[in-house]
Design a protein around this ligand. Structure first.
Ligand code: ACO
Length: 448
């Protein structure tokens, strides 16, 4: 099958957000801690009328309408999420309402969960299905949906919320180079959700940063080996036009790209410039363990990678900096930012993606881009995403209101028999929202 990959995309994020600068002041953190220290500008969050189900109903309905896809043309629907609303009933089954209306109940797929990696697992499932002998010729649909909220403390500013939908099929403008996937999976307690009565994770922030970087190194090694085996030449960062990372917060993305440059230096890649080589030389004798702890290496490699970062990474940072960590949707929102900024020049280019989910699961994989055919062209995808319009339409709220909302949601999590404020005034037309949860815990949604 030719060019299996992503044909179309759409994104939804809540219209409510809080500025990191004002949150910093409210929390009594030192000035610049969230904006420069974490590299974040703004954070989106769900109020009591939105959740991962309403956001995914909104984004799927919107994608089908904007690309004029008949719901009967979908043969597989996979959801990635780590936001648990029900321990048994999948989010996918809620989305079946959209397909049942058209008489289509012949839709494979359920939810995939492992922290921020579930969306990638869902995407691989759909791509593998289209490439397999059980494919029935219809489209696959992948939905990544999460609301990332943390208890009060240093992790709280690294929240966010969004849902992304991606249509999967052949002759795609965004096609997989499936042979080069490199994964690293391991048992670690860096971020997990053992308390089923709370939406908040237990997180060892420092450990999770190191795990992320170690997973990045391992995936890059496997990715390079596979590339080299099939292409007969060494892989280094010059072989890709863009690198897109799962983005818990922007500072980690800066460190990650610098780490790839350090990997190229250690692998003695010919592509490393003289200047970068000189900056990294003092660290050539560090053991692998020491290299994760060295603040000097971190700083020196970030400086050495700066101009390549501006070129190959910066275009992907728009939504992650503006909306925050969207968990499963984070990597794909970063990729959507590249399409938004660069759609007219992406033809023939390669994008390397790094997906990380704590616990831990991770994969590096790559896309090859081409113009595509209407409505599945890159410029039409950029139009549909309408990132500037959606950012522009947001409403900033004060930190007090954000904290109050999170308090309310703590009580609502796992609760039954309540009605929401039904205040959908801030939601754009066509948005689904939660109206009430009945005494049997059944959830009901309406559309604005
Ligand atoms: N101005 C500029 N920079 C500042 C300032 C300031 N006033 N104050 C602090 N900083 C910098 C620090 O130097 C540090 O940057 P550096 O790493 O480049 O040195 C950065 O701000 C963060 O500050 P720390 O004190 O190191 O860390 P903090 O206690 O704020 O916690 C953390 C940050 C660990 C990321 C926390 O927010 C967290 O636990 N988040 C959730 C876990 C997470 O996202 N993990 C990533 C992968 S797993 C996942 O996706 C969920």
């Amino acid at each position: 099958r030719k060019d299996v990959g992503i044909l179309a995309m759409d994104i939804y994020f809540p219209p409510t957000c809080v500025q990191q600068e004002s949150l910093e002041a409210y929390d009594g953190a030192s000035k610049g801690k969230y904006t420069i220290g974490l590299g974040q500008d703004c954070m989106g969050f769900c109020t009591d009328v939105e959740d991962v189900i309403s956001m995914s109903l909104t984004v799927v309905t919107s994608l089908l309408a904007k690309y004029q896809i008949d719901p009967r043309q979908i043969g597989r629907l996979e959801v990635g999420s780590e936001t648990v609303i029900d321990k048994s009933k999948s989010i996918k089954t809620f989305l079946m309402q959209i397909f049942e209306e058209s008489g289509n109940t012949d839709v494979e797929g359920v939810d995939s969960t492992n922290a921020c990696y579930g969306g990638t697992a869902a995407l691989f499932n759909c791509v593998n299905w289209v490439e397999s002998s059980s494919w029935d010729g219809r489209y696959g649909l992948v939905v990544c949906t999460d609301s990332a909220v943390y208890a009060e403390g240093p992790a709280r500013p690294t929240g966010g919320a969004a849902a992304i939908a991606m249509l999967i099929g052949t002759n795609a403008p965004i096609s997989f180079e499936s042979k080069y996937r490199g994964s690293h999976m391991s048992h670690v307690y860096d971020f997990y959700k053992p308390n089923l009565a709370s939406e908040y994770p237990v997180v060892d922030g420092k450990l999770s940063q190191t795990c992320y970087l170690m997973a990045l190194d391992a995936c890059y090694k496997h990715f390079c080996e596979k590339f080299e085996k099939f292409e007969g030449k060494q892989f280094s960062i010059v072989e890709a036009d863009y690198f897109v990372f799962h983005s818990p917060y922007n500072k980690l993305v800066q460190k990650s790209f610098a780490r790839l440059l350090f990997n190229d230096f250690v692998r003695n890649c010919g592509s490393i410039g003289k200047e970068a080589r000189e900056k990294l030389e003092p660290f050539s004798t560090l053991s692998s363990d020491e290299s994760y702890q060295s603040r000097d290496l971190e700083k020196a490699s970030q400086v050495a990678a700066k101009h390549l970062y501006d070129e190959k990474v910066q275009p992907s940072t728009l939504l992650p900096k503006q909306v925050g960590n969207m968990y499963t949707a984070s990597l794909y929102a970063a990729f959507a930012s590249v399409i938004h900024k660069k759609h007219s020049t992406l033809h023939g280019q390669r994008v390397v993606m790094f997906s990380y989910g704590s616990g831990l699961t991770s994969t590096m994989f790559s896309f090859k881009l081409n113009g595509g055919q209407h409505p599945f062209g890159l410029s039409n995808i950029a139009n549909v995403l309408d990132i500037p319009g959606k950012l522009e339409a947001r409403h900033e709220v004060l930190p007090e209101k954000f904290v109050e909302t999170l308090k309310l949601m703590e009580h609502r999590y796992g609760a039954k028999d309540f009605v929401t404020s039904k205040d959908a005034t801030l939601l754009p037309p066509g948005t689904f929202y939660l109206t009430h949860v009945d005494p049997m815990y059944r959830r009901f949604y309406a559309r604005k």
